[in-house]
Design a protein around this ligand. Structure first.
Ligand code: TXA
Ligand code: MG
Length: 351
């Protein structure tokens, strides 16, 4: 299949530019599109055949449910069976935006979209291209991140092309996304809602709106615990992983730098291709020819936005051993470390 790549300027575009994409969605095809978090791989959420195509294109296990993207509040009532007061409060505070909420599903949402579950995950993205696409196509869009299963989520159209060229009908290239890590997922079917995946909307932000919220213990675990089963099926898979072996080194920054320099030297002696994931503040301190700055410690947002691109670059250069600095696990740092620990297969050392 030939994949058409179409550039769209998110600041300035007309709906007519989305006409072909809308037609593809309406006729059961797949279109990758930018959202404010990561690029999504979209298909008609109410069509079992379109969902099956998404799983196939991604190479994703079919028990891992998709997120249904909507553009307007009334859309929610078409797919969610019950909507409570807390949901309305969270929607008012964070929609459109990087928050996904889980509800009991309505009959019309096929089980193949929800990975066989009786619940459905719904998100109203804020990205202008995503919103226009949902509205013009009049299709609720089921969209996982537009990466091949196991690869880091795409934060630029180039990443989507790498993974999906020849596998889907169209890619809308809206340039790099703003946030760079996937939405926060919160299960609204529980009496006290539970965060199943950390993201840009933090636990404290949610608490500020609805008072109490819990976090799935599988998220805060320091390593995968066989006794703790993640409630979001997707959280159990080894995601975001570069092919090389990644190690996160934690501690005082001076000690971390020193330790990483020792580890790099050891591996290079063995002729291994090593790389360091550093920050703007520390990148000059390493004795390694492959030092990558993920962003600035002065801005957690820049770290989140740079993370997946750096992980992809590790594969592009064929890094065999990757040493990364760590980040404080508060606010956005919790989401950043959650993704980095998965990338490292929970391999971390403290100095
Ligand atoms: O930011 C995002 O959420 C991006 C953009 C494209 O919107 N999408 C995304 O989708 O990250 P995906 O498929 O890569 O991740 C969806 C996650 C998976 O971990 C999945 O298991 C979980 O959401 N999920 C979906 N429906 C669920 C449900 N009914 N119950 C529990 N977890 C669910
Ligand atoms: Mg994903």
């Amino acid at each position: 299949m030939e994949t058409v790549v179409k550039k769209i300027d998110p600041e300035y575009f007309q709906d007519i530019e989305l006409q072909k994409a809308c037609q593809i969605l309406q006729t059961g095809g797949l279109v990758a599109f930018p959202t404010e978090t990561v690029y999504g791989l979209g298909g008609n959420a109410l069509s079992a055949e379109a969902s099956d195509k998404i799983y196939h294109a991604k190479g994703r296990p079919s028990d891992n449910p998709l997120i249904v993207h909507i553009a307007d509040m009334e859309d929610l009532y078409d797919v969610a069976l019950s909507v409570n007061k807390k949901t309305l409060e969270l929607a008012k505070a964070f929609w459109p935006g990087p928050l996904t909420m889980i509800f009991p599903k309505k009959e019309n949402v096929p089980l193949s979209t929800t990975g066989g579950l009786n619940t459905v995950a719904v998100r109203m993205p804020s990205h202008p291209v995503a919103r226009a696409l949902i509205r013009c196509s009049k299709v609720y869009i089921a969209a996982p991140s537009a990466n091949r299963s196991g690869r880091p989520s795409p934060t630029r159209a180039e990443h989507v092309i790498e993974d999906m060229d020849g596998r889907i009908d169209m890619i809308l290239d809206g340039g790099p996304v703003g946030i760079g890590i996937e939405s926060t997922i919160i299960d609204m079917t529980e009496e006290i809602p539970v965060i199943l995946r950390p993201g840009y909307i933090t636990e404290d932000m949610v608490k500020g709106v609805i008072g109490s919220v819990l976090t799935d213990p599988a998220i805060v675990a320091v390593s995968p615990d066989k006794n703790i089963v993640a409630k979001a099926p997707g959280m159990k898979y080894r995601h975001y992983a570069p092919r090389g072996q990644m190690t996160i080194v934690e501690g005082d920054l001076a000690a971390v730098t020193e330790k990483i320099n020792v580890l790099v030297k050891e591996q290079e002696k063995e002729q291994k291709k090593t790389a360091v994931i550093a920050t703007e503040e520390s990148k000059e301190r390493y004795n390694c020819s492959r030092v990558y700055s993920i962003g600035s410690r002065k801005s957690e947002g820049s770290i989140a936005a740079g993370l997946y691109d750096i992980l992809r670059q590790m594969d592009a250069i064929g890094a065999e051993y990757i040493y990364a600095e760590s980040f404080a696990e508060d606010t956005l740092g919790q989401a950043i470390m959650n993704r980095m620990l998965k990338a490292a297969g929970y391999h971390r050392i403290k100095v």
